[in-house]
Design a protein around this ligand. Structure first.
Ligand SMILES: [Fe+2]
Ligand SMILES: [Fe+2]
Length: 190
């Protein structure tokens, strides 16, 4: 578990380029620290998005260090930007609602999340768009974040994911880190 203060400390330690403070300020005013990571799959709970982002960052760092034992070509800032910010598309994206559920023969109101898209700009591409409104990304960071879903959201006939993976190893590492976080860490309830 990561607290909001711990997340902010991690962010401020590693992400220091111009505009980083304004982006963090925007995240706080929006619902980054309270949003879930999904409606019903991984971390569908308040704070889930922040938690998932920290998991992806940890996994990305481990993958990068293991892949390049002689010296990682990516800066600590790049790893933090990609891990902690890849899912900013999920900010202002979920809405909490209630539904009636029968428990022991009695109807009770239970909270649940639905999607309430405020900015229809895709998924990875939307995260890039939001970040770029506050601070600059390198091309490799932008492409890694854009394609962090790998083939999951590829359109038929569009081979840009494979071109991105051929040219930018960071994109592969971020996709793998997202899979590990979602399907290993969060499935185990870490
Ligand atoms: Fe995502
Ligand atoms: Fe993710």
């Amino acid at each position: 578990m990561i607290t909001k203060d711990e997340f902010i400390a991690l962010y401020q330690e590693h992400i220091t380029r111009r505009g980083a403070d304004k982006l963090l300020d925007w995240m706080g005013k929006a619902d980054f620290f309270t949003a879930p990571a999904s409606t019903r799959y991984h971390l569908a709970c308040a704070g889930g998005l922040m938690e998932h982002s920290a998991h992806v960052y940890n996994r990305l760092r481990q993958l990068a260090m293991a892949e390049y034992p002689e010296g990682c070509p990516y800066s600590e800032e790049t790893l933090a930007v990609c891990g902690l910010l890849h899912d900013l598309c999920k900010v202002n994206f979920y809405k909490e609602d209630t539904r009636n559920v029968k428990e022991n023969g009695v109807w009770v109101q239970k909270p649940y999340y639905t999607v309430d898209e405020q900015l229809p700009y895709g998924h990875g591409e939307k995260s890039v768009f939001i970040i770029e409104r506050f601070m600059r990304l390198s091309l490799e960071e932008a492409i890694a974040i854009r394609f962090h879903m790998g083939g999951f959201d590829a359109r038929p006939g569009d081979n840009s994911v494979s071109v991105a993976f051929e040219r930018y190893p960071l994109a592969i590492l971020l996709h793998l880190a997202d899979l590990q976080a979602s399907y290993l860490d969060e499935a185990r309830g870490i």
